[in-house]
Ligand binder design. Structure first.
Ligand code: SF4
Length: 272
């Protein structure tokens, strides 16, 4: 099924912002929803007004994520990487806190994604005055993903980022699309989603996400045995589990830990 303009409507305020020359930011996780959103927006917004942004999470995100974003971005659309300023990894922060993030305390998202991305967007707007401080911040959330997401407003002013000389709106362009629609958009554009989907993952979050289903955790454990062991050992050290069920990962997934491989550790020490 192809997505026509009637099913991909631009809110009137959004049209006005684009006509006024606003910067339109594609928040790109590397996942299918971001990818479909990028394809659709690249047809609706002048390329000179588009920029993509990604918060890289290092070893905890799926290998090849940044390469996948780069390979599927429309020609001429720059990619901004927004790493965390402290240089600390997510797993280092978990170890320091002695706790995993949770659905109620999602500091992983605020500290490692939202915060660094907002910092980079403020910088980008300051460095490019031609956008007049106008910014449309697009994200690939969809109503079909969860009841909480379905309650979100697809277009709203971002009061936190809007100040005297900066006007920011958040927009969810693929809010109404189904999962099938999203894969169709990608296929019809002649692209493929990130390899992890074909390998059996339903989402492209962190490989082991605090919000992941048991099925996804199990598949991730099979696909990334070394990282799985790292997570399980961290759970043991801090005495706190990633899963809100308070069961350790090997019990949740049913996947035994891979034997410890010393040659791998040597490779790490050598910066391989
Ligand atoms: S993908 Fe999951 S674990 Fe990773 S930052 Fe987002 S909510 Fe946290």
């Amino acid at each position: 099924m192809s997505i026509d303009n009637a099913r991909f409507p631009l809110p009137p305020e959004c049209r006005a912002m684009i006509r006024a020359g606003a910067l339109v930011v594609l928040n790109h996780s590397g996942g299918k929803d971001s990818q479909a959103m990028t394809i659709l927006l690249s047809r609706a917004v002048p390329r000179a007004q588009l920029v993509a942004v990604h918060a890289p999470l290092g070893e905890v995100e799926w290998p090849g994520t940044i390469e996948h974003i780069e390979a599927t971005l429309p020609m001429g659309v720059p990619l901004i990487l927004a790493p965390v300023a402290s240089g600390k990894t997510l797993l280092e922060r978990v170890e320091e806190r002695g706790l995993w993030p949770s659905s109620k305390a999602r500091w992983c998202t605020s500290d490692f994604k939202t915060g660094p991305i907002q910092r980079e967007l403020r910088r980008y707007l300051r460095a490019h005055p031609r956008f007049g401080g106008r910014l449309v911040n697009t994200m690939g959330m969809r109503a079909a993903e969860s009841p909480a997401r379905a309650r979100k407003a697809p277009w709203r002013r971002n009061d936190r980022m809007s100040v005297a000389d900066r006007e920011v709106f958040d927009w969810l362009p693929v809010f109404e699309l189904s999962t099938d629609d999203v894969f169709s958009v990608i296929r019809d554009a002649g692209q493929s989603p990130h390899w992890a989907y074909a390998a059996g993952m339903s989402r492209l979050s962190c490989s082991f996400c605090i919000l992941a289903s048991r099925t996804d955790l199990r598949r991730a454990a099979e696909l990334r045995p070394d990282l799985y062991r790292t997570y399980a050992e961290l759970e043991r050290r801090i005495g706190h589990t990633l899963s809100p069920t308070r069961r350790p990962l090997p019990e949740v997934t049913g996947v035994p830990l891979a034997a410890h491989d010393d040659s791998d550790d040597l490779g790490c020490l050598n910066g391989r």
